[in-house]
Design a protein around this ligand. Structure first.
Ligand code: GMT
Length: 380
C-alpha cells in the first residue's frame, strides 16, 4: 500500500506521532510519502520506502497571508496522481484535513477516488478548532473524511461535545518505539547534574501556557524543601522568559536548568527520577509516555486523556489541574526510597502496552477498512 502522510514537521507531538508512524510502516514494507513544508525532524536517514515531497508556498505582493492550504492541496493532488497513492492520512485537523478534502474533490474530477483519513491530536479540537473562526471548517472536515481517528477516548468525547459530528471516530492511542526509547546507562550525566545524589525531576514541552510550567516550578520548589533535587526543563516556547523570572523570584535558579529543544530527550529521561506534566489540556500526553518508556514515574494533572495513560497510584498520580499541594504530596510519596523503584517498574510496564508493535496493527487495520469501504462505494 502507498500512503501519503501530511503533518506538521516540527517538534510537536502530532508531528512526532505522524513521522514515527510513517517510519514504522516503511519498515513493514509500505511506501510512505511525507508531504510537508519542511523535512520532518525525525526523518533524517535513508530508507528505500520513505519519500519526501516539499510543499512550496509561492508568495506574491498581493498576498498578505500566503495561501499554504492551497499549495498543500495542489501538492497532494500531484503526489496522489503521480505516485499512485492508495490513502492520504492527515495529522491535525487544521488545515490538513480541509486541504486533503479539497485535493480529494479535485482528484474526483479526474477519475481518482482517494480515501482521506484524519487523525485528531488535541489542540486542533480543544483549543484552536472550536474557536468560531475555524469551527465550521473543522466540523465539515471531520464529517467528510473517509475515516477519523483520535488519540484518546477523552479527545473523542470532546470532539462530539464541541462539534456537530455525524460519524464514527476510532480511538488509536499514541505509541512509542521501545527499541529507540529506553533507559540508557548515563551515570556520568546523573553525577554531573546531581553530584550529591539529589533526585532528578524533568519536564519536557513546547513551553506553551497550556502546559502550566509555572506549576512545574512551584511543585519542584516544594519538593526541594523536603528532598534535595534538581529540575531539568527540556523544550522552548513563549513561556520561557516568565518561567526563568519565576525561578529567580523563588531563588531556585541554581537548581533549575533549561536545556532547550534537545533532540536526544531519552538521554535526559534515562537519568530522571520523576516527570511532571501539570497541563491544563492534554489529549494524550506523548511526553509522559516517553518518560515512562525510560522508567520514569509521572506526576500529572488529570486533564484530558492523561489518566488513560498515567494510572493513579500505579505509574504515578493524577491531581486536579493547578493543585500544587496534592502534586507535591504525591511526588514526595513516589520519590521516597521505599516506593520509587516500584513506580519506575510500573511506568515501564505501562509504556510497553503502547509499544509501536501493539499500536501499528491498529492503524493498518483501519487503513484496510477505510480503503475497502471507499473502493466498495466506487463499484456501486
Ligand atoms: O503538546 C502539544 O502541545 C503539541 C501537540 C501537537 O499537536 O503537536 O500535541 C498534541 O498531540 C500529541 C500527539 O497526539 C498528544 O500526545 C498531546 O497530548 C497533544 N497536546 C495537547 O493536547 C495539548
Amino acid at each position: 500500500m502507498k500512503i501519503g502522510i501530511v503533518c506538521y514537521p516540527t517538534f510537536g507531538g502530532s508531528g512526532v506521532v505522524a513521522t514515527e508512524l510513517g517510519i514504522g510502516l516503511a519498515k513493514k514494507g509500505y511506501k510512505i510519502h511525507f508531504i510537508t513544508y519542511s523535512q520532518p525532524t525525525r526523518l533524517d536517514f535513508f530508507n528505500e520506502n520513505l519519500f519526501y515531497h516539499e510543499v512550496n508556498i509561492r508568495s506574491y505582493p498581493l498576498f498578505k497571508f500566503p495561501p499554504y492550504e492551497l499549495a498543500l492541496a495542489s501538492k497532494m493532488v500531484d503526489v496522489v496522481k503521480y505516485e499512485k497513492l492508495d490513502i492520504l492520512h492527515v495529522h491535525y485537523a487544521i488545515p490538513h484535513a480541509s486541504a486533503a478534502l479539497l485535493a480529494k474533490q479535485i482528484l474526483k474530477t479526474q477519475g481518482i477516488d482517494i480515501p482521506v483519513i484524519t487523525t485528531l491530536h488535541g489542540t486542533d479540537i480543544t483549543l484552536v478548532g472550536k474557536d468560531p473562526s475555524y469551527e465550521p471548517v473543522v466540523t465539515y472536515s471531520i464529517n467528510q473524511s473517509d475515516g477519523v481517528t483520535s488519540v484518546s477516548e477523552d479527545l473523542k468525547k470532546d470532539t462530539y461535545k464541541h462539534f456537530n459530528i455525524t460519524r464514527e471516530i476510532e480511538v488509536i492511542p499514541n505509541f512509542i518505539d521501545l527499541e529507540k526509547f529506553k533507559k540508557q546507562r548515563k551515570d556520568h550525566f546523573k553525577t554531573a547534574i546531581c553530584p550529591n545524589g539529589e533526585k532528578l525531576i524533568v519536564h519536557t514541552s513546547n513551553f506553551r501556557k497550556v502546559k502550566r510550567i509555572d506549576d512545574v516550578v512551584k511543585v519542584f520548589h516544594k519538593i526541594q524543601q523536603i528532598i534535595p533535587s534538581r529540575l531539568l526543563l527540556v523544550g522552548d516556547g513563549p513561556e520561557r522568559d516568565g518561567i526563568e523570572a519565576l525561578c529567580r523570584e523563588l531563588g531556585i535558579s541554581e537548581d533549575v536548568r533549561f536545556l532547550g529543544k534537545l533532540e536526544a530527550v531519552q538521554e535526559v529521561l534515562s537519568v530522571a527520577d520523576l516527570f511532571l506534566m501539570p497541563s491544563e489540556k492534554e489529549s494524550f500526553g506523548l511526553a509522559a509516555l516517553e518518560a515512562m518508556a525510560c522508567e520514569v514515574p509521572v506526576i500529572s494533572s488529570n486533564a484530558g486523556g492523561i489518566p488513560e495513560l498515567n494510572i493513579n497510584g500505579v505509574t504515578g498520580f493524577n491531581s486536579n489541574i493547578g493543585d500544587i499541594e496534592d502534586m507535591t504530596k504525591n511526588a514526595l510519596h513516589v520519590l521516597s526510597e521505599d516506593n520509587l523503584q516500584t513506580f519506575k517498574t510500573n511506568a515501564l510496564l505501562r509504556a510497553q502496552e503502547f509499544d509501536v508493535t501493539n499500536i501499528l496493527p491498529q492503524y493498518e487495520a483501519f487503513y484496510n477498512k477505510v480503503h475497502a469501504e471507499v473502493m466498495a462505494t466506487q463499484k456501486v
